[in-house]
Design a protein around this ligand. Structure first.
Ligand SMILES: [Cu+2]
Length: 78
C-alpha cells in the first residue's frame, strides 16, 4: 500500500472497574477518545467493558489504561 494513513486498526476489549452509571460510561469514553490513535471508544456499562478501536502504531494498551485511570477508574486487558 502506498498510503500509510488508514493503516490496520485493531479492536481491544478492556475490562473497566468502578463504573456505576451513564456518567461513568461517558467519562471513560471521553477520556479514551481523547487519546492519540484512538478511532473509537464505547463502553458497555452492563458488562463493564470498553471496546476500543485503535491504531497500534500510535497507541497501546498502557496508554489506554492510563486514560481510564486518570478518569478515576480501573482497567485491565479483557
Ligand atoms: Cu457514574
Amino acid at each position: 500500500m502506498a498510503c500509510k494513513s488508514g493503516g490496520d486498526l485493531k479492536t481491544l476489549a478492556v475490562v473497566v472497574s468502578g463504573m456505576t452509571c451513564n456518567h461513568c460510561k461517558k467519562a471513560v469514553e471521553d477520556a479514551v477518545s481523547g487519546v492519540d490513535g484512538i478511532s473509537s471508544a464505547s463502553v458497555d456499562l452492563n458488562k463493564g467493558l470498553l471496546m476500543v478501536v485503535y491504531d497500534p502504531e500510535l497507541v497501546d494498551f498502557t496508554k489506554i489504561q492510563d486514560a481510564v485511570v486518570r478518569a478515576g477508574y480501573g482497567a485491565r486487558q479483557g
